[in-house]
Design a binder for this molecule. Structure first.
Ligand code: AMP
Length: 112
């Protein structure tokens, strides 16, 4: 089902896009939880990580490499956290798969 991220991908609503290629884009989160908070979003609509199939294997790897590239681009590649919230109880609010890149502050473990 289409979400707000599909509308951003289609350029129907504005976003602060930092990176784009044929299969994903990276944009600033509107409600940042760290000094750097960027979302890496596949252009393909996949609701959650568990909805991904073996057909998506290369795409999932691509998202990780794109996240590393964006972290380098933003100068935070020494320390950042990647988060994927899968399901409402895990904190997922937009049901279009995305990676959070969080950086610029100290992170605790275990996460909250
Ligand atoms: P999650 O809760 O893991 O599904 O993450 C969804 C994220 O999308 C949240 O951190 C929101 O702040 C962010 N978000 C929602 N709408 C927008 C938007 N229009 N532009 C950028 N980020 C958004």
């Amino acid at each position: 089902m289409a979400t707000i991220f599909s509308r951003i991908i289609q350029r129907e609503i504005p976003a602060n896009i930092l990176y784009e290629d044929e299969s994903c884009l990276a944009l600033r989160d509107v409600n940042p939880q760290a000094p750097t908070h960027v979302l890496v979003i596949p252009k393909k609509e996949i609701a959650t990580l568990v909805d991904a199939t073996p057909e998506d294997q290369a795409l999932l790897g691509h998202l990780m490499l794109a996240a590393a590239r964006v972290a380098r681009q933003l100068g935070v590649s020494d320390a950042f956290r990647i988060v994927v919230n899968n399901g409402a109880d895990a904190g997922q609010s937009v049901f279009h798969l995305h990676l959070h890149i969080l950086a610029g502050r100290k992170f605790r473990w275990p996460p909250g």
